[in-house]
Design a protein around this ligand. Structure first.
Ligand SMILES: Cc1ncc(COP(=O)(O)O)c(C=O)c1O
Length: 448
């Protein structure tokens, strides 16, 4: 990358980087101003589920906008928000079905902020005012606003803001490939889950309101799913200590792992679920907080008024986009496509696993990652300065394939992976292309 700053009125993510303009989307492809067609192997950031350029979504948004684009939620509800809330609850775990409610935000970070405050106020309504801390896990990401950063365990993203964010406690992740306890599943007897119990036992459990975790850790660990038994143990520990359980499914929810919500792979019934990204497939900014009846009840019996709000919550046009995406998912049975598409992707990627610097290909459904290691037998990562994930991204980009690279996989600093989270419509040929291009990238970054 050159040291020159590119001129643009936009405060871009990196002022030294040149960004082509995305002009058009077609299915799993993005056509840009540099004249190239890019295969979107990461669904941008695990956002795009139905594919790019579906004209009926825009039509539904225009139709809603033409009727009424905005009405403030202190005065009105909208048909589109009411309808989408009911649809999301209907596909949620069973404990949300009778009396659950949905709070729509403009994205995942706002959903996390909302859940943090919802959990706090739940305990005020329940006459337990001493509970306010939200415990989370190391190596996690829950959003970029300060409240969401305080629960995030992503060291790199937290570091610049560390003096500004409270520390409520972070426990071990469930991450077998680099187990924080150096153990092996199932002989480990879920030491990672018990870390929550140990933490609560010695850290003023009576001040804790909730535990938040990603059932499948997306960006930070690279598509690391919970192992069988983990979520049940966590739920039991939360119950024992009288705290709420929040599943952050901003990345892994809305069908991405092959079930509507990843929690459903393990029969988990959280008290609060967060979702975002795929809920509107990128057609509009939208996130959601699902509150189980138990949480809603406390408000109904108490003040009934959540002391929290955003001007754009439950936005009529964003929720119209959500409904149109839902219609499309249903009409084309796209939730059902995830598992077979994921099998095609895994089959195509399986050859990569023989490469000496590919440590693991892992994931659930269409949330997959390839982790790169220096020493495969020791699972030893490359030094951070080697910038392997970024080099792989750049090499894949030469062949017009977009991936989502991350560093810090192992401990927040060391470790490299690329995330693959293509649209649910990805074809077997496109999966093969992704694998071929990653082979090319490996050969380029690690010449023989
Ligand atoms: C698990 C998880 N939670 C929260 C967020 C924050 O969402 P947003 O970027 O829409 O604010 C993300 C974003 O990547 C995420 O992956």
């Amino acid at each position: 990358m050159s040291t020159a700053v590119h001129s643009s009125p936009l405060f871009s993510r990196n002022l030294r980087k040149d960004y082509p303009v995305a002009l058009r989307g077609e299915g799993s492809w993005i056509i840009a101003s540099d004249g190239r067609r890019y295969l979107d192997a990461s669904g941008q950031a695990a956002v795009v589920s139905i594919g790019h350029g579906v004209a009926e979504i825009g039509r539904a948004m225009a139709e809603q906008s033409n009727r009424i684009a905005f009405a403030h939620t202190t005065q009105f509800h909208s048909e589109s928000a009411e309808k989408l809330a009911a649809r999301v609850l209907a596909i949620a775990p069973r404990n949300f079905h009778h009396g659950g409610r949905v709070y729509f935000t403009s994205g995942g970070s706002e959903a996390t902020e909302t859940a943090i405050k919802l959990a706090r106020q739940y305990f005020l309504e329940s006459k337990q005012p001493g509970r306010y801390r939200i415990v989370s896990r190391k190596q996690s990401y829950h959003g970029s606003t300060l409240g969401a950063m305080s629960v995030s365990g992503n060291i790199g993203r937290r570091a610049p803001y560390a003096p500004m964010i409270p520390e409520w406690g972070h426990v071990a992740p469930c991450f077998c490939y680099h187990c924080p306890f150096g153990r092996t599943y199932p002989e480990c007897n879920l030491a990672c889950a018990d870390d929550l119990d140990t933490f609560l036992g010695s850290n003023y459990a009576s001040t804790v309101a909730a535990f938040i975790f990603e059932p499948v850790v997306g960006a930070t660990l690279g598509a690391a799913p919970a192992v069988d038994g983990y979520t049940a143990r966590i739920a039991e520990i939360c119950r024992k200590h009288g705290i709420l359980l929040i599943a952050d499914e901003v990345m892994c929810g809305m069908g991405r792992t092959g079930k509507p919500f990843a929690s459903q792979h393990w029969g988990l019934e959280p008290d609060i679920i967060l979702t975002g990204k795929g809920i509107a497939s990128g057609y509009a900014p939208l996130g959601a907080v699902l509150a189980a009846p138990r949480v809603v009840d406390a408000f109904e019996k108490g003040s009934a008024a959540f002391m929290h709000g955003f001007t754009y919550q439950s936005h009529p046009v964003s929720t119209a986009a959500g409904n149109a995406v839902f219609d499309y998912l249903e009409a084309h049975k796209l939730f059902d496509r995830v598992t077979p598409a994921a099998e095609s992707l895994r089959k195509a990627l399986s050859l990569l696993e023989t490469h000496p610097h590919v440590g693991q290909v892992r994931g659930l459904g269409l949330l997959q990652a390839v982790e790169f290691v220096k020493d495969k037998s020791a699972r030893e990562p490359f030094p951070k300065e080697s910038g392997i994930a970024e080099k792989i991204r750049q090499a894949a980009l030469e062949k017009n394939v977009l991936t989502y690279p991350s560093q810090g996989t192992v401990d927040g600093t060391r470790g490299d992976h690329v995330l693959l989270a293509p649209p649910f419509i990805i074809t077997a040929q496109e999966c093969q292309l992704i694998a071929d291009v990653l082979q090319f990238a490996l050969a380029k970054v690690f010449p023989a």
